[in-house]
Write a protein that binds this ligand. Sequence first.
Ligand code: ZN
Length: 139
Amino acid sequence: MKQFDFQIGRCIFLRLDYGKDLLEQLSEFLEMEGIEAAHISGIGAVRNAEIGYYDQKMREYVKRRVEGGLEILSLSGNVSLKDGKPFPHIHAVLGRDSEIYAGHLFAAEVFACELFIASLDGDIPVRELDELTGLHLWI
Ligand code: ZN
């Protein structure tokens, strides 16, 4: 285990722009504001999402593209440093009618999205490649 201790810093409501990628907008905002550690949650709606899971045997992400409009039923994640930049790691549950898609979020075009960002002050976790899992984990 590895523990990181924080105090909650700035808390922000962020409404993202229509038509632009969710993660790109979030990354740009985090970098602009100098937020290196945070808890993220959000709701809203997106289009044309790319979502997936990590295949533990193959040690690679399996991605699936879902076309069309989707509700963000739940979005949560964290921010830490990777390659010297704030890196948002986001999971989402997306749905419409009786369809549900859930997993690691790679991309999604924003229709309307409201995020809550709780920035954290303290030991900033840095992601480095972990040989055991093949993932970039906090060191
Ligand atoms: Zn993930």
